[in-house]
Design a protein around this ligand. Structure first.
Ligand SMILES: Cc1cc2nc3c(=O)[nH]c(=O)nc-3n(C[C@H](O)[C@H](O)[C@H](O)COP(=O)(O)OP(=O)(O)OC[C@H]3O[C@@H](n4cnc5c(N)ncnc54)[C@H](O)[C@@H]3O)c2cc1C
Length: 432
């Protein structure tokens, strides 16, 4: 392993945390009662809380760590329509009308987050930069072309194909077989977005209880008693927003989400102007592999931020850093001598049907399972969930009431992950 690829003082924490230090919130006593208790202070939980607090409900948001410690300040800041299954797959499972509505929700989430950031004036390097989605072999290039040419009526998105000969206009690499540019996809500084969102939740009057893990939820008639090491709170409504960190607190949900580590690195600053040859149009980038790579320029265009899945089993950022560097150099050989300054990871939540789920179970509201692409959708569905708590008709979504599947004997420990990654890596290596 090329450990010289990593700087001696490489930080094992997200690059984003440098400009946005972890929030320090005053230590306030817990209230005895609230209207709404939200568990998880990432995008899902904060967006739900913003709705309920602005809707006049006393709201408290708990997080086991500091606010935003989970994926919501660790991610790549790439925003798309984020529904993974295709129209055909969804139509087979749910009928074509429901499939259409589900995909529409994904499109709405992209438009909605752009409007939200703009209307709330959140300063977070948000931009509609577009995505270059690169084909890792010739067959995938053909498949992308076919998908763009046969988009279902009413679900068309702005996109154009680039051949292998043309791709240098988007990427300083010959590692791909061309690809597609989705012009409406966006990028954001995820931690600054979280910081702005948190500020709005606080000014709407919600209370934050960071470093306060919820250890129990007990039904007491029509109410819930929320237990924490700092005392308990009685709430009328409870929102579970724990996504990839969902644990034994909610066993029914734990059996339905698959926690998977996603790993990222930041490079040291590149020489001035070098980014103009690597990612000239500032697109976000991903590829067609099942075990996908995703990358982009940092907002100041001095570093590459590169992410992916590095190993069959979960590992340490000390191990993942050099591996991701090696993968990055396969795509950009010109970065061979550029070292890694930050290496980190976080846990995303997959689901068995590759859809996010939101709803109500045993009186508890929940939204989770964004399958690794949740910046836009966790914001949007968190917002919708908050509206559902308020009983507003606009809170309804096309995903409400979808069966939330589990598998026999699955209790939250994805023993099948390593063989699945091995299988998908093998599939990715085939010319199909
Ligand atoms: C490295 C990485 C890169 C990613 N890149 C992208 C990307 O480019 N684009 C994209 O769309 N998505 C990306 N994602 C996914 C995206 O970040 C998530 O889908 C999204 O942030 C989920 O938000 P959330 O609020 O649901 O969960 P989180 O932000 O993970 O928040 C869950 C919170 O729940 C808390 N919690 C858990 N249990 C308890 C408890 N018992 N009591 C109190 N608190 C509890 C946790 O401490 C955590 O802070 C990435 C994720 C990672 C890790």
């Amino acid at each position: 392993m090329n450990t010289s690829a990593v700087m001696d003082d490489c930080k094992l924490s997200p690059y984003w945390w440098e400009q946005v230090p972890r929030p320090r919130l005053p230590d306030r006593a817990l209230p005895k009662t609230v209207d709404v208790a939200v568990i998880g202070a990432g995008y899902t939980g904060l967006h739900a809380a913003l709705q309920t607090a602005r809707g006049g409900r006393t709201t408290i948001v708990f997080d086991a760590e500091d606010a935003g410690w989970g994926c919501s300040t660790r991610n790549g800041g790439q925003i798309s329509t984020s529904i993974k299954p295709s129209f055909e797959q969804l139509a087979r499972r749910h009928g074509s009308q429901r499939a259409f509505e589900i995909l529409k929700e994904g499109q709405r989430s992209l438009d909605w987050i752009a409007d939200f950031v703009r209307s709330e004036a959140i300063d977070c390097d948000f931009g509609q930069v577009g995505r270059f989605h690169a084909a890792h072999n010739a067959a995938q290039y053909e498949a992308l072309g076919a998908r763009i040419a046969t988009q279902p009526k009413g679900l068309e998105v702005d996109a154009f194909m680039l051949t292998r000969a043309q791709q240098r206009s988007e990427l300083g690499s010959d590692a791909y077989w061309g690809g597609v540019v989705y012009t409406r996809h966006c990028s954001v500084n995820p931690a600054r977005y979280h910081q702005g969102l948190l500020a709005r939740v606080l000014s709407a009057g919600a209370q934050l209880a960071p470093n306060c893990a919820v250890t129990g939820i007990e039904k007491q008639g029509a109410l819930f008693r929320i237990s924490t090491p700092r005392g308990s709170v009685v709430a009328r409504d409870v929102v579970i927003a724990t996504n990839g960190y969902t644990g034994g607190l909610t066993p029914w949900l734990q059996r339905r989400v698959i926690p998977i580590g996603s790993y990222m690195i930041a490079t040291e600053p590149l020489p001035e102007g070098m980014m103009d040859s690597l990612i000239p149009n500032n697109r976000i980038v991903s590829d067609t592999r099942r075990v996908v790579y995703y990358y982009r320029a940092s907002p100041d265009r001095r570093r590459i931020l590169f992410g992916g899945r590095v190993s069959y089993h979960e590992t340490d950022p000390r191990v993942s850093g050099p591996k991701l560097h090696a993968d990055m150099v396969q795509i950009f050989p010109q970065l061979r001598d550029t070292r890694v300054s930050h290496s980190w990871c976080g846990f995303v939540a997959y689901t068995f049907d590759e859809l996010m789920h939101l709803g109500k179970r045993d009186g508890l509201h929940y939204a989770m399972g964004y399958c690794g692409a949740g910046v836009g959708t966790s914001s949007y569905f968190g917002m919708r969930l908050g509206q559902q708590v308020l009983g507003l008709p606009e809170g309804r979504t096309a995903l409400d009431g979808l069966p939330f599947e589990t598998r026999p004997f699955y209790t939250g420990n994805p023993w099948f992950l390593a063989p699945s990654v091995a299988y998908y890596r093998w599939r990715d290596s085939l010319p199909v």
